[in-house]
Ligand binder design. Structure first.
Ligand code: HMG
Ligand code: MG
Length: 313
């Protein structure tokens, strides 16, 4: 049944690359987006319009959007932290009129603790909502869909265990603001399946599960288990990153997102069907190759367990 289709939001061009120290050329970033699209990925977070002083690695996102190929039936959301980011994006969209437009979707983000909100946005949780509300309204007025992230949904790198009631309230506030979906981020990747269960039970009291997504980092090796837990709770959208690359610059010690290859492998033969544009799904072998390609460009090996095992067959 349709209820068991799972959507992947591939966050590697954004979450995967934002924490890298060396400069990654725009051509490589655009190539990553292109390869993901050709492997069947339907939703690719292409970059961010954040302050280059805060996150230098995302500085070329405008060029990535104009240089990458845009496939029909693929969405290319970009992260936007504030009005300035939206202004920069909409200026780009009007300089480069295209059909379909360069992108038709943004993602805004806040956190479930003040400490993380300050670290990531230089403001409190409450003030972040005050600032993001007009950004969301303006984006929607311009025909952009808006996705919302709530970071530190399980644990905060600065203050420890997080009160799930706060996660629920922030998620509800973003829905009320006009976000179509809320991605719940285990930013530090410490969450266990039991904690993910408890957190989702709380958030589901205020937000329909159809509007929730799971965003799990894999620091403690629980990310695939957390994905399966979220699916069992009715979540049908999972954020993941090819090669398991990624990490938040303001969450010290956090490793990458759950590897897309590992999610695809774990769901093989299950009651869940990952949707995509390659014969209706995402091509696992192509993703393994992309995971190795981008990891080696970054000077390391793929950390996707499935990616490593499949490569050494
Ligand atoms: P601020 O310093 O308070 O900003 O930072 P400001 O408004 O005072 O502006 C300072 C300077 O930055 C000004 O320039 C602005 O023009 C400029 P100056 O006058 O000094 O030359 N500026 C910008 N430039 C380009 N684009 C912009 C922009 N905004 C201001 N959008 C701010 C506040 C929100 C800008 C900053 O905190 C920021 O950029 N934060 C982004 C941090 C970030 O990207 N974090 C990683 C993404 S979130 C994440 O990874 C978690 C997630 O994956 C989920 C999970 O895992 O939980 C989503
Ligand atoms: Mg993240």
């Amino acid at each position: 049944t349709a209820a068991n289709f799972v959507k992947i939001v591939e966050v590697s061009p954004r979450d995967g690359l934002q924490n890298e120290k060396g400069v990654i050329p725009v051509a490589i970033k655009a190539d990553l987006v292109n390869r993901l699209g050709r492997a069947g990925v339907e939703i690719i977070e292409a970059g961010s319009f954040v302050s280059p002083k805060w996150v230098p690695q995302m500085a070329g996102t405008a060029e990535v959007l104009t240089q990458m190929e845009r496939l029909p039936n693929v969405r290319y959301p970009v992260l936007v932290p504030n009005q300035k980011g939206l202004d920069n994006l909409t200026a780009l969209l009007s300089e480069h009129p295209a059909s379909p437009p360069l992108t038709n979707e943004i993602a805004i983000f806040t956190a479930a603790t003040d400490a993380m909100s300050r670290a990531n946005l230089n403001t409190t949780m409450d003030e972040s909502l005050v600032r993001l509300a007009p950004v969301t309204r303006a984006a929607r007025d311009k025909g952009l869909r808006v996705r919302g992230y709530v970071s530190v949904a399980i644990a905060c790198p600065y203050t420890g265990p997080v009160d799930y009631v706060r996660v629920r309230n922030m998620a509800k506030a973003l829905i009320d603001m006009g976000c179509y979906e809320i991605s719940l981020g285990d930013t530090v990747g410490m969450g266990t399946p039991t904690q993910v269960s408890e957190m989702l039970e709380e958030v589901k009291k205020s937000v329909p599960v159809e509007q929730l997504a799971g965003h799990f980092h894999d620091t403690y090796g629980t990310a695939v288990a957390n994905v399966l837990t979220a699916l069992d709770h009715g979540v049908r959208t999972i954020d993941s990153s090819v090669g398991g690359i990624g990490g938040c610059p303001y969450a010290p010690g956090a490793l990458g997102n759950v590897a897309t290859e590992d999610v695809l492998y774990a769901l093989q033969g299950s009651r869940y069907q990952v949707t995509g544009t390659s014969n209706g799904t995402i091509d696992l072998d192509k993703m393994v190759d992309i995971g190795w390609w981008i990891s080696e460009l970054l000077g390391r090996e793929s950390v996707s367990r499935a990616g490593r095992a499949i490569r050494s067959r």
